[in-house]
Design a binder for this molecule. Structure first.
Ligand SMILES: [Fe+2]
Length: 139
């Protein structure tokens, strides 16, 4: 499980809401893995989660474009990379049907990615949307 309380917060409430929703979906998926839900149930949840990630990223990218956020390409690059990786993990799971690597992927890789991505990318972006200036440099 990923603790919602551990998620770093940005200054934009609607962005925080989307992050919370995503963590809830991940946690309910992990719960289904615990309960050994059937393949179709897990596949549906995983696909919903991928769709949510895609929408979440597209929403941020739209805001960045509209405000001409300077680190747009770097930020979008991180979104594209994790989305492709998650899609690959999904296809791999459909073939192998092993749930343990999935659990590890969400509890470790995705949890760590979310924490680092929000801190390095989303926090400065939300601050920029609010103030119109970049306060932290991204290195
Ligand atoms: Fe982001």
């Amino acid at each position: 499980m990923i603790r919602k309380e551990d998620l770093p917060l940005v200054v934009d409430e609607s962005m925080n809401e989307v992050h919370f929703e995503e963590v809830e979906m991940i946690n309910s998926f992990l719960g289904q893995l615990d309960e050994k839900a059937d393949f179709d149930t897990l596949a549906d949840s995983f696909e919903e989660l991928l769709a949510h990630m895609q929408e979440h990223f597209a929403g941020e990218e739209k805001l960045m474009k509209e405000s001409r956020f300077p680190s747009y390409r770097l930020h979008k690059g991180e979104h594209d990379k994790i989305l492709n990786e998650a899609r690959y993990i999904y296809m791999d799971w459909r073939t192998r049907k092993e749930s343990e690597p999935l659990r590890e992927y969400f509890e470790e890789d995705i949890a760590q990615w979310l924490d680092q991505h929000i801190k390095a990318m989303d926090i400065p972006m939300a601050q920029f949307l609010k103030d119109g200036v970049v306060q932290c440099s991204i290195r």
